[in-house]
Design a protein around this ligand. Structure first.
Ligand code: ADP
Ligand code: MG
Length: 709
């Protein structure tokens, strides 16, 4: 879309003073003065009063008003930490880490001492910790060990408007804790105004509003739909940088790859500009932020740009409400975001790019009006905004696989999942599907209860698939090997592939290839790193991220601790790789594919096409076995299988006969199959029963309604 840049420049010039005033503020004021400047500070005493008088309070306030960083400290100052910990949950791990760091600075304590954080596989808290930030998933797991959460005096459920899967489950669980423990307080915070739903859920508790302090944001829609939003965003950012006055830029992209591409293009464009221009071009500090970015690089977005320079932050929707950066005057919004969605056709979750909701687009625009009046450039049309975007996002619980949730609730002895107190119950189909998958993995028995394997699986902070792989490692006596594979799969990719040294790094990666398996390739990388004394320089030489490998090592040792408490011995098959592949195979029945054409696979169960990813060892070596299993499907230009292992079809038939049959008739196999078939019928009966109960409940509900009328 064409934008009148002259007007823009004038507008920005007008803002220049303001921007300078603001950045001077951050520079010159001490942390405690900055704390007092936040909107929440003006209502501190009233807020604490309401908390004193109520067991549950909903707090609503604009992003950046100080909810996340201040509430916990106010509670501490008001004495709650003398009798327990103040916990604060975050849907995103980056937010938990970054906010804990900030609060530890404000409280002048080391991170991990009085203030700490815990995310999966990383616990930075200690015996002195009184304020603990954590992901909602971590608190959810803590309820397994301590149903009443006795160690906590107050829990702040932050960012409730996000409606993450774990937050939604926590709602139901914490409602019970509130009823059981009179000394426990719960605060639910939300950035948006539709907090009445939360209030109602807890029986009509008070909603406390933090008065906002926001500036108008000038919204510019694109006149025509945009074909390449990375390119459009880069162009827009460059235009702002050249023609507009001070103020930082925030670009919303959907994920890591796009963010990297955008940053790369921006850097390139700046270089061209500098070399071709006679004038001096002000510096542009290009800063990516996404969840898998190393913590030290994440922290950079909060640092003020150097004198005369401008920051350009390129973010996922993490910057929508979870993280607030001051000094943003320009937002460039692609209008898209990545969401995990259960795809019933594929029978699995997939990260997919979707248009964001209108509420999310408005949140994004609002980021430009935090420190002064700003501008938001939307790379979509006004008609798309009005007609194609949903008013609000769909809660995660209604759109993803519930495997972990089902496992967890079952272990909390919630016998009938349809009875659980969900704010918005998930579609019954989702529950049943997830139960079916757990049954296939052997975690549920025929009447929908946890099996011995199921009980063990709950112990691991892993997806059911990976937990199953570990336990198969136990059964097939190759646990040592499988443990390493699972750990490597739990960290971001360890392969380093800089754009300007792509060929060199690809060659380095190929040296690790195990022809029949990406999983074994990961194992191979780890083992070689180990035999090189876990050295960092060795990683650099081989284009491997040392941080990723170290993280994998840490995850491995934590999983090993859990195995020890379960008294599961660490067996090894001494690199008999077929055995390991068999264990891998057993975890991925639902992700198996058979060769159809040249390099083309189809999912064994539903015939969906899927392809080897160019980064796969199998692809690299041109090896196309008849049957493979894969870790996950990613949808980019095609459906790509990520992390693939060649398997023997016999294994699939042996271990997942409800799905597969083999041509050769082997009677023992048939008997086995028949038995499994009977079991499937039993499970289906159970499903049928669940459906009937659900229908009955719905009928009763209707009747009640009718009686009321
Ligand atoms: P809310 O939760 O209401 O959105 P926050 O408590 O997150 O608000 O933010 C309050 C202020 O603290 C903001 O001005 C934000 O920029 C600042 N802040 C938060 N985290 C950090 C950090 N890691 N580094 C520097 N400033 C931060
Ligand atoms: Mg917050």
């Amino acid at each position: 879309g064409e934008i009148n840049f002259k007007e823009e420049a004038k507008f920005s010039q007008h803002l220049k003073d303001k921007a300078e005033a603001v950045s001077d503020f951050a520079k010159s004021k001490s942390l405690s003065q900055q704390r007092q400047y936040l909107p929440i500070f003006t209502v501190r005493d009233d807020l604490l009063q309401v908390v004193r008088e109520n067991q549950v309070v909903v707090v609503v306030g604009e992003t950046g008003s100080g909810k996340t960083t201040q509430l916990t400290q106010y509670l501490h100052e008001d004495g709650y930490t003398t009798t327990g910990v103040v916990g604060c949950t975050q849907p995103r791990r980056v937010a938990a880490m970054s906010v804990a760091k900030r609060v530890s600075e404000e409280m002048e304590t080391d991170l991990g001492d009085k203030v700490g954080y815990a995310i999966r596989f990383e616990d930075v808290t200690g015996p002195n910790t009184i304020i603990k930030y954590m992901t909602d998933g971590v608190l959810l797991r803590e309820t397994l060990k301590d149903a009443d959460l006795d160690k906590y005096r107050v829990v702040v459920m932050d960012e409730a408007h996000e409606r993450s899967l774990n937050t939604d489950v926590l709602f139901g669980i914490l409602k019970k804790v509130v009823a059981r423990r009179r000394d426990f307080k719960l605060i639910v915070t939300s950035a948006t105004l539709n907090a009445d739903k939360f209030s109602k859920f807890f029986g009509g508790v008070p909603v406390f509003h933090i008065p906002g302090r926001t500036f108008p944001v000038n919204i510019m829609f694109s006149k025509t739909p945009c074909e390449d939003y990375v390119e459009a965003a880069v162009k827009q950012a460059m235009t702002i940088h050249i023609t507009s006055g001070l103020g930082d830029i925030l670009i919303f992209m959907t994920g890591q790859e796009e963010i990297e591409a955008t940053c790369y293009a921006l850097a390139e464009r700046m270089e061209q500009l500098i070399s071709s221009s006679t004038k001096t071009i002000p510096k542009l500090e290009i800063l990516p932020i996404y969840s898998q970015l190393p913590a030290d690089l994440q922290a950079k977005i909060f640092q003020k740009a150097e004198e005369g320079a401008r920051k350009c932050i390129v973010a996922t929707n993490i910057a929508e409400t979870s993280l607030t950066v001051d000094g943003i005057f320009y937002v460039i919004d692609t209008g898209y975001g990545k969401m995990k969605v259960y795809n019933p056709r594929m029978g699995m979750d997939a990260l997919q790019v979707f248009p964001v909701s209108r509420a999310a687009a408005d949140q994004r625009a609002g980021r430009a009006g935090r420190t002064g009046p700003g501008t938001c450039y939307r790379l979509f049309t006004e008609s798309a905004y009005q007609n194609e975007m949903l008013p609000n996002p769909v809660p995660e619980i209604q759109r993803t696989n519930l495997g972990n949730v089902v496992l967890l609730l079952k272990s909390l002895r919630v016998e009938n999942l349809l009875d659980f107190d969900f704010m918005d119950p998930p579609p019954q189909e989702n529950i049943l599907n997830s139960m079916y998958q757990l049954w296939v993995l052997g975690a549920l028995n025929n009447v929908g209860g946890l099996t011995e394997i199921g009980w063990k699986m709950v112990e691991f902070p892993l997806d059911p698939t990976l937990a199953k792989m570990l336990l198969m490692g136990e059964q097939l006596e190759c646990l040592d090997e499988v443990l390493t594979i699972v750990s490597m799969l739990s960290v971001p990719s360890v392969f380093f592939r800089p754009k300007d040294r792509a060929e060199e790094s690809d060659a380095a990666r190929e040296k690790f290839f195990v022809p029949e398996s990406d999983h074994l390739t990961l194992l191979n990388v780890y083992l070689q790193w180990k035999s090189n004394q876990y050295r960092g320089d060795w990683c650099n030489d081989h284009f491997l991220h040392v941080k990723g490998l170290r993280k994998a090592r840490e995850v491995r040792s934590q999983l090993l601790d859990i195995l020890k408490t379960l008294k599961i011995p660490l067996t090894s098959c001494h690199m008999e790789w077929d055995v390991v592949r068999k264990a891998i195979c057993s975890a991925y029945f639902h992700n198996s594919a058979r060769l159809k054409g040249i390099g083309e696979y189809v999912n064994c169960r539903n015939g969906m096409p899927c392809h080897l990813h160019p980064s796969s060892a199998l692809y690299g070596l041109g090896y196309t076995p008849d049957y493979v299993v894969y870790h996950e499907l990613v949808l980019t230009t095609k459906e790509y299988m990520q992390c693939v292992t060649a398997v023997d079809p016999q294994w699939l038939a042996e271990m997942g006969p409800m799905f597969f049959s083999v041509k050769e008739t082997d009677t023992s196999l048939l008997d086995h199959k028949k038995r499994q078939k009977e079991e499937k019928t039993a499970m289906e009966e159970e499903m049928e029963k669940l459906r009937r109960q659900q229908a009955e409940a719905a009928r009763m509900e209707k009747e009640k309604e009718r009686e009321k009328r």
